[in-house]
Design a protein around this ligand. Sequence first.
Ligand code: 5GP
Length: 194
Amino acid sequence: MNKKLYVISGCSGVGKGTVLKEFMKRNSDNFMLSVSCTTRKPREGEIDGVNYFFLTHEQFEQNIKEGKFLEYAQFAGNYYGTKEKYIKQKFDEGYNIILEIDTQGALQVKAKMPEAVLIFIAPPGVNIENNDISGGLIELENRLRGRHTEDEATIQKRLAQARTELERSKKYDFIVINDSVDRAVKEIEGIVKK
Ligand code: 5GP
């Protein structure tokens, strides 16, 4: 069977990490979570090569110059990107690959690889069909503050980013509301089994 690329995005604080972790726990035989490169500093407990490949600004820009990224984006003052070679390697190893990336990157992937499936995880309160994201933004702010890992300026940056990402989610193939981790995981399992 042909291996597939799935792109999962969601606003910061939406619980995307928890949903993905649970999805991977249940589906690690067939799926692997791609490890991105970033210039942001590691958070406590994060390991180079496991959570991210942590690069300096200079290293990242050198990779951009050399055309090494399948996609990359600048976000909250840092670069994030996926190496093309890394994805090819993982396909060769026989995995379906999941990219957990922001919406700018996701749309770059879709442009280069139209067969990629884009899934957006939205907070409860968002009513995409009615174009109403306000309830979702309040929910996100509460979650971000509850996490206690970011300062106020970063929280404000991330909320502004969340608004943009929610707008871009309309271009995705699927939108999954994270009202319950178990339900969201099951919905994603339904999507990838199609
Ligand atoms: P965090 O700093 O919280 O780990 O991630 C911040 C944002 O960067 C998240 O929205 C995450 O999806 C996004 N991100 C992580 N890796 C990549 C990547 O390789 N490319 C892009 N475009 N975004 C990424």
